[in-house]
Ligand binder design. Sequence first.
Ligand code: PEP
Ligand code: CO
Length: 456
Amino acid sequence: MTTETAQVPSMADWTPKSWQHLSAQQQPQWIDVDEYESAVNELRLKPPLVFAAQTRALTEQLARVSQGKGFLLHAGDCAESFAEFSADKVRDQIKVILQMSVALTYSTGLPTLKLGRIAGQYAKPRSSTTETRDGVELESFRGDIVNGIDFTFDSRRPDPQRLIQAYNQAAATHHLIDSFTKGGFADLAQVHRWNLEFVGTSDEGQRYDQLSTEIDRAMRFMAACGIDLSKERQLHEVDLYTSHEALLLGYEEALTRLDTLSGGWYGTSAHLLWIGERTRQLNGAHVHFLAGLQNPLAVKIGPSASPDDVLALCRALDPDRRAGRLTLVSRMGASKVEQCLPAIVRAVKKSGHPVVWACDPMHGNTYQHESGYKTRHFDTVMEEIAKFFGVCHGEGVWPGGVHIELTGDNVTECLGGGDEVTGSDLDSRYETLCDPRLNARQGLDLAFRLAELMRQ
Ligand code: PEP
Ligand code: CO
């Protein structure tokens, strides 16, 4: 990992391509280089998926979160799938995020900033470049943007056409998000309808239903007081921003555009881009590339990060100490967060970087169940969040958000929760392409428990 003494590469010569001079971890070996170049060149001509002004609006919202005036709900898939893509799936994913944000906002009185791991979350870092089964060794699955999950030579071969398919699916997903969030579906008057069928009958579904009834009553009260609710945009539309791990730098470079208004470079594949735990080397290509973009950024911080490593990342990625620019996502694991995080928070606070502190309670708590499935337990997820809150309070910083892997489907990938998924249930609907996700009931359960934690 990064070291205290490492030098940050010069930013004076930054261009969207300058990362190519640095070592880039986790990049696939594209076998047909001409085909790869032609796919990337095709992407360079495509329209942006998000616009600079929206990206700036997200930075402003994150700045408010960094000041304790809001809470970040960063949630979505671990790895979006090409095969499973449909309008219904996107709608259900949005439903859970809307439900969770209503539960949080209603209980805490704070605005919830909604940021999806969606519309571009296709590339996965891997701990090993190959996978061996029954003596056969093939390239690891690196996400649908690179290769297929089936364990055959053809499927695992990195295919540059997938970069184009990822762009097209991300474009369609952005379009669906706009339609669902701005076209009436996200109207607060519809709050009852967001309750997914399989959630409705559960404890947390009923609790949500009660809350929706109270919201309805509050809206009727406001209307009776003479307030024209039809004029209040915030009651009828929501902003759901997009994000993904900026892992494949060729793809991200090809979608980087110069904003004529501000003169700055923007990554236009999503509003926020993040650097994962495996690619946050201070002298590496990922940190260098993202440092040159104007988008808000996030970095995952695992237990191997020292306070000096994190300070160096803050200096590289947020040299101007701009509120909303940088979110630090702690993903230590429930057993390590109290030991590893306090010194980091203390150092960053002292340095004056106005970061958003967020907790990813998923990636440090993954383990292999005896059935062979990778899983996470809901209680451990909650435990890490509670300990993260404790550390933030102890150090006098605002615990600004959570970063969660979830789906709107009734999957059985994580154990526990109000749903009480057990080890023997894992086999029934284990559908993730990569890491185990909370299902919608578990997501809503998490939001209610989180709200209680925040009220304390
Ligand atoms: C992820 O968010 O899916 C991921 C791989 O996380 P991390 O970089 O924290 O391991
Ligand atoms: Co993951």
